[in-house]
Design a protein around this ligand. Structure first.
Ligand code: ATP
Ligand code: MG
Length: 382
């Protein structure tokens, strides 16, 4: 049943003939493997729902092609695409109970009533809906409606499942439980799925690969680990990761193999000869100005007399239950650091800040990544 999916140069323009057309999705290309779970992640309005609706057939593709397996589907009517979708706005039928709503999705499969009921009950159990099955949409909570909508998509047999913010209305505990169950269900049945979310934790937990979108453009399509280790550009670097990456615009000054990253003449980070690879040093030598990025978990803080890094002054030190968040004045801005243990620093205390060379991210001021640690970024190589 399950199949690979490809989108090739897909574009969506709304109000194309109006004075100000809306370019919702631009030149979007992606190859999804059979059985893969991917997430579309991005801020509100970046084009996630438009992409799903084009795949499902509820919006026309302005330009480009969508295939499932060998079949070109973007010209077919929705019912013939083999795609099941759970909508952002639930869209349940008000005169039908949740049970009937979910069973309705099975109509075209022409199962007997016993098998229909068995499938509906199985999905209801998975989504903690058993007790509410015989109620009407208007008499249940938003979270219950949302789960029924998800159930209606999952109960069907389809080549591809499109889930638009399927758990946005749920409280964190239930969300975490259902996340686990949804993943197990998709995996056990070997289903291919595209999940839309703006929750990074959800994307990381569920998806094999994440497509990060912004302004209608695909920014990067990679595994959660790769997005963190090697963000393709400054947008992905600062968008992925909580708290966000610290970034500083600096001038790299190289002398005798040592590189000094300076802002307003003051060194923020310095690396001795050999700390960064020759290829990265050669790349830096070509740049007048770059943006360096440091993840909060990668900041190393030492007492002022024990370190050789630039000085930072502690502004706030908070223990948030399982992590320390330390914010310090640094350069002409701040640096945020996280630690897994408590850190005994008081407000006003001065610390030495260092970042291990392998943890340093360097971006061009236009955005594309130049290097991650000693690894030259793909774009940086050109
Ligand atoms: N039917 C429509 N007509 C005109 N513009 C639209 C239409 N639907 C969406 N848009 C616009 O297209 C862009 C992308 O919208 P889309 O719904 O795909 O975003 P999204 O990533 O799903 O956002 P959210 O996270 O808020 O759901 C937005 O600028 C939106 O205003
Ligand atoms: Mg949306």
């Amino acid at each position: 049943m399950t199949a690979a999916v490809s989108l090739t140069d897909v574009n969506k323009v709304y109000a194309a003939k109006a004075k100000n057309p809306i370019y919702a999705v631009r030149d979007f290309s992606i190859e999804i493997k059979a059985g893969e779970i991917i997430a579309l992640l991005g801020s509100s309005g970046c084009g996630k729902t438009s992409t799903l609706r084009m795949i499902a057939g509820f919006e026309e593709v302005t330009k480009g092609a969508i295939r499932i397996g060998e079949k070109t589907i973007h010209t077919l009517p929705p019912a013939r695409r083999g795609v099941a979708m759970a909508f952002e706005g639930y869209s349940l039928y008000p005169p039908l109970t949740l049970r009937e709503n979910i069973a309705f999705a099975l109509k075209s499969e022409k199962l007997g009533s016993a098998e229909t009921n068995r499938r509906v009950e199985e999905i209801a159990k998975l989504l903690e809906l058993t007790k509410h099955l015989d109620r009407y949409p208007s008499t249940v909570s938003a979270g219950q409606q949302q789960r029924a909508s998800l159930g209606r998509a999952l109960v069907r047999k389809a080549d591809l499942y499109l889930l638009d913010e399927p758990m946005g209305q749920l409280e964190p505990q239930l969300r975490a439980i259902l996340r686990g169950r949804l993943k197990r269900y998709l995996r056990e049945h070997g289903l291919t799925a595209i999940l839309v979310t703006h929750d990074q934790t959800e994307a990381n937990a569920l998806a094999d690969r994440i497509a990060v979108m912004e302004g209608g453009f695909l920014q990067q399509f990679a595994s959660p680990a790769e997005l963190k280790a090697a963000p393709a550009n400054l947008f992905v670097g600062t968008f992925i990761g909580e708290p966000p990456m610290n970034v500083y615009e600096v001038a790299p000054a190289i002398a005798n193999g040592r590189v000094s990253f300076r802002a307003q003449g003051e060194e923020l980070f310095g690396y001795e000869p050999g700390a960064l690879s020759d290829t990265v040093m050669a790349q830096l030598a070509k740049q007048k100005s770059v943006v360096v990025g440091v993840r909060p978990a990668d900041v190393v803080m030492k007492p002022l007399n024990g370190g050789s890094g630039a000085t930072a002054e502690v502004v706030s030190n908070q223990w948030i239950g399982d992590q320390t968040h330390l914010e310090s004045a640094f350069g002409d801005g701040v640096i945020v650091a996280t630690l897994e243990s408590r850190f005994p620093a008081r407000t006003g205390e001065k610390l030495s800040i260092e970042v291990p060379p392998e943890k340093l991210h360097v971006f061009s001021t236009e955005g594309p990544a130049l290097a991650h640690g000693s690894r030259l970024a793909e774009q940086g190589a050109t």
